[in-house]
Design a protein around this ligand. Structure first.
Ligand SMILES: Cc1cc2nc3c(=O)[nH]c(=O)nc-3n(C[C@H](O)[C@H](O)[C@H](O)COP(=O)(O)OP(=O)(O)OC[C@H]3O[C@@H](n4cnc5c(N)ncnc54)[C@H](O)[C@@H]3O)c2cc1C
Length: 291
């Protein structure tokens, strides 16, 4: 299938791109990896008259630790995350996530910035970033601003980005000792979106109590869900079987899935319960080893 005609723009700076976005308004869309936008255009579900391709803007693809954060440039491809030694050894939650997104061909093009900005509740990075307590960096004509991830997703396929803003960077707090995460996803077949998935990030204090906890849920609501009550039940507690079981029950309660080809509501909620238990156990094992 062929998309409707559009005009192609290739800015070489953020300033140029945001000026274009401001001038073209709702008629324009940013193009990153094109792995969500182009299929939608081919299906004529999106018909932007202008594409603002940001791939020619230098300095938007990087993975590094600086100023207390893991900083990931918006144009970083999923395959870069998957292959990064830093991500594999220090950020298992993000590594798990990048490995289960789509298939290797899609991952060579798809960007982390596009994955978050698209705000598809079925996308995997949003829940992982909710669990990790990330910040989004956005740049536009008004300069740069940092948004907490909790306030970034405002609805299905909707974010707090302004019309002239570009998501430029994702910042994840550098883990302290005995911190780790895990992302577990059930999909009908390899490459599919999640039937349900659960992201967990924990920190254990010296006395083995849980000093920090983040839990995010994928594709069980209109937006990615932060399972706040489940987190509250674990914060300051020993992560024993009883506490984990109760948190998993609360996470399943927080899920608001719709019945579809991937399964009925009860099945998806129970999947969240089971995946929460398993993700917490995996994160615990990893945190006990993490320096
Ligand atoms: C077959 C297939 C299977 C897939 N399976 C999965 C999966 O299992 N899990 C998953 O998470 N994803 C999956 N995806 C989606 C894929 O990961 C997408 O590429 C990703 O969600 C969007 O990233 P992109 O760089 O391709 O963005 P694009 O398609 O280029 O853009 C997507 C949207 O985000 C906007 N946008 C892009 N970059 C920015 C930016 N920097 N600032 C502001 N707005 C921006 C665009 O204007 C557009 O509206 C799949 C895709 C395909 C084709």
């Amino acid at each position: 299938m062929i998309p409707a005609a559009f005009e192609y723009h290739a800015p070489t700076s953020i300033i140029e791109a945001s000026a274009l976005l401001a001038r073209l308004g709702e008629d324009a869309k940013i193009l990153s990896g094109g792995q969500s936008l182009i299929p939608l255009m081919k299906l004529r579900l999106a018909n932007p008259h202008h594409l603002v391709d940001i791939n020619g803007i230098p300095g938007l693809s990087f993975i590094r630790e600086a100023e207390g954060f893991l900083r990931i440039g918006a144009l970083t491809r999923e395959s870069d995350l998957e292959e990064s030694e830093l991500i594999r050894t220090r950020y298992p939650l993000i590594h798990d996530t990048s490995q289960v997104i789509a298939d290797p061909v899609v991952r060579n093009l798809a960007t982390i910035g596009g994955n978050l900005a698209h705000a598809d509740p079925a996308n995997d990075h949003p829940a992982a970033m909710l669990a990790a307590g990330a910040e989004i960096v956005a740049a536009g004509r008004g300069g740069e601003r940092r948004l907490p991830i909790e306030s970034f997703f405002t609805g299905p396929f909707a974010t707090a980005l302004k019309a002239d803003e570009i998501l430029t960077e994702i910042r994840v707090p550098v883990p302290t000792a005995r911190s780790a995460g895990a992302y577990l996803k059930v999909e009908r077949k390899v490459g599919d979106f999640a039937t349900a998935a659960v992201a967990v990030q924990i920190t254990l204090a010296a006395n083995d109590l849980c000093s920090r906890i983040g839990i995010g849920l994928t594709n069980v609501g209109l937006t990615p869900i932060k399972a706040g009550k489940a987190e509250g039940a674990l914060r300051g507690q020993r992560l024993d079987d009883k506490a984990i079981k109760e948190a998993a029950r609360l996470a399943a309660d927080a899920a608001q899935p719709a019945a579809d080809l991937r399964g009925p509501v009860e099945y998806k909620k129970d999947l969240v319960r089971v995946l929460t238990v398993r993700a917490l156990h995996r994160a615990l094992e990893r945190a006990a080893r993490a320096r």
